[in-house]
Design a protein around this ligand. Structure first.
Ligand SMILES: Nc1ncnc2c1ncn2[C@@H]1O[C@H](COP(=O)(O)OP(=O)(O)O)[C@@H](O)[C@H]1O
Ligand SMILES: O=C(OP(=O)(O)O)[C@H](O)COP(=O)(O)O
Length: 479
């Protein structure tokens, strides 16, 4: 089997479309790999997903090969790992990261995960002699707001990179231009909060052009903001070539698109959270891919009610009862084993000091509300999870913020940690599930923990992320 790269920058996929897994190749590996092979009208098997377009792939491949091609074809996004020292040395590189970290009242960073996650891309660039112009947003400021200044990030960035990071007081304009002009090879300049300009969120082309004018090429590593079509995530790509993905963005896509679309089976999805309405897209999308679907959280009461059970004063979305019934039917039709909790922890009020007890799913009395899954459900879920090779989890099993109702969520976190240590691929899909695994202290053992809540949800729903789609493509043909 020969591999033909259609552009100098190429991605490595095996014949099933899965990413090659050695560490050396992973650094250069495909961003948008993986899903099931489909037969294209042009007579070859194209690896496609929602980020790709079959005919577009086909025509490019045909023009490259100059003849009809058989085999696996994939189009992926170009990666920063595809850029060599020759491409980077002395070049000004605009890096959009998501350094939107939580700060306390003293402007101290309370969780530096997103800063640490951005380091590999920045290090790669500085080690290859690039001049890094680093950009991010922080919070949702309306205009220039001192409490959203990026100044508190500078010491931590400098410490993690082992160099003194400079900071500009603006993100465009003459002062920034002169700081960029004096930036040495291997230096890093942090621009001020890009959302201090309303033009950022409006994706204003003139603003994007000004940002782009600072640099020679663009790297997007801001996974957490990749679902936003903003000037620094999308608009800027129209003015800077190449525009490539950073290592974090690549890893997020490897897991949330790659491993989910072409999982080691059996593949289980665990979906929880408050409302079924906010998870419809995820459930529908995962039903197409998974073998086992475990449901928990506040959404289960809509399913219970749809099946004729009493739910007391539990959270129910009356207008989603039919939807719940249709999702159950869809799972059955697809042969997906959908498990609803068989028992729940109920409380007499929504409060940490509520009276609580465990009841069967069919035993919720008036005046009581379900706030967690019960011990029998945990046992059944654990038995189902023991059969799996890949697990993705999005959304807590109960109101885990209150100790009395945290057991179900913590049990799932512990089970996934145990499975991960046995070699099962475990993916934590952003949002509150990340907070839960961190609370339990098992974050370090999971295969992947997403750094983006909204972005991971959109990816799991099968949506295209504007910050990803805008990046340059690399094509690989395996014949
Ligand atoms: N049974 C329940 N009743 C009410 N709220 C619940 C219940 N189970 C979980 N929740 C709440 O759901 C919230 C998380 O929901 P959601 O935002 O949809 O999930 P995620 O942030 O993981 O995407 C948590 O704050 C949790 O307290
Ligand atoms: O924190 C973020 O998203 P998340 O809360 O969905 O993980 C990102 O930095 C995006 O921020 P935004 O939702 O203000 O665009």
């Amino acid at each position: 089997m020969a591999s033909v790269a259609a552009s100098p920058a190429f991605s490595l996929l095996n014949s099933t479309g899965a990413i090659a897994s050695s560490s050396a190749t992973r650094a250069r590996a495909s961003l948008l790999p993986i899903p099931s092979a489909r037969r294209s009208p042009l007579g070859f098997s194209a690896v496609l997903d929602s980020h790709r377009f079959s005919l577009h792939v086909a025509s490019k491949v045909r023009s490259v090969r100059g003849r009809r091609t058989r085999g696996v074809v994939s189009m992926a996004k170009k990666s920063v790992g595809d850029l060599s020292s020759a491409d980077l040395k002395g070049k000004k590189v605009f890096v959009r990261a998501d350094l939107n970290v939580p700060l306390d009242d003293n402007q101290t960073i309370t969780d530096d995960t997103r800063i640490r996650a951005a380091i590999p891309t920045i290090k790669y660039l500085i080690e290859n002699g690039a001049k890094v112009i680093l950009s991010t947003h922080l919070g949702r400021p309306k205009g220039v707001t001192p409490k959203f200044s990026l100044a508190p990030l500078v010491p931590r960035l400098s410490e993690l990179l082992g160099i003194e990071v400079k900071k500009a007081d603006d993100c465009i304009g003459p002062e920034v231009e002169s700081l960029v002009a004096s930036l040495p090879e291997g230096g890093v300049l942090l621009l001020e909060n890009v959302r201090f300009y309303k033009e950022e969120e409006k994706n204003d082309p003139e603003f994007a052009k000004k940002l782009a004018s600072l640099a020679d090429l663009y790297v997007n590593d801001a996974f957490g903001t990749a679902h936003r079509a903003h000037a620094s995530t999308e608009g800027v790509t129209k003015f800077l070539k190449p525009s490539v993905a950073g290592f974090l963005l690549q890893k997020e896509l490897d897991y949330l698109v790659g491993a989910v679309s072409n999982p080691k089976r059996p593949f289980a999805a665990i979906v929880g959270g408050s409302k079924v309405s906010s998870k419809i897209g995820v459930i529908e999308s995962l039903l197409e891919k998974c073998d086992i679907l475990l449901l928990g959280g506040g959404m289960i009461f809509t399913f219970y009610k749809a099946q004729g059970l009493s739910v007391g004063s539990s959270l129910v979305e009356e207008d989603k009862l039919e939807l719940a019934t249709s999702l159950l039917a869809k799972a059955k039709a697809k042969g997906v084993s959908l498990l609803l909790p068989t028992d729940v922890v109920v409380a007499d009020k929504f409060a940490p000091d509520a009276n609580s007890k465990v009841v069967p799913a069919s035993g919720i009395e008036d005046g009581w509300m379900g706030l967690d899954i019960g011990p029998d459900s945990v046992k059944t879920f654990n038995e189902a999870l023991d059969t799996t090779q890949t697990v993705i989890w999005n959304g807590p099993m109960g109101v885990f913020e209150m100790e009395k109702f945290a057991a179900g969520t913590e049990a799932v976190a512990n089970k996934l940690a145990e499975l991960s240590e046995k070699g099962v691929t475990t993916i934590i899909g952003g949002g509150d599930s990340v907070a839960a695994v961190e609370k339990v202290g098992v974050a370090g053992v999971m295969s992947h923990i997403s750094t983006g809540g909204g972005a991971s949800l959109e990816l799991l729903e099968g949506k295209v992320l504007p910050g990803v789609i805008a990046l340059d493509e690399a094509i690989t043909v395996t014949v």
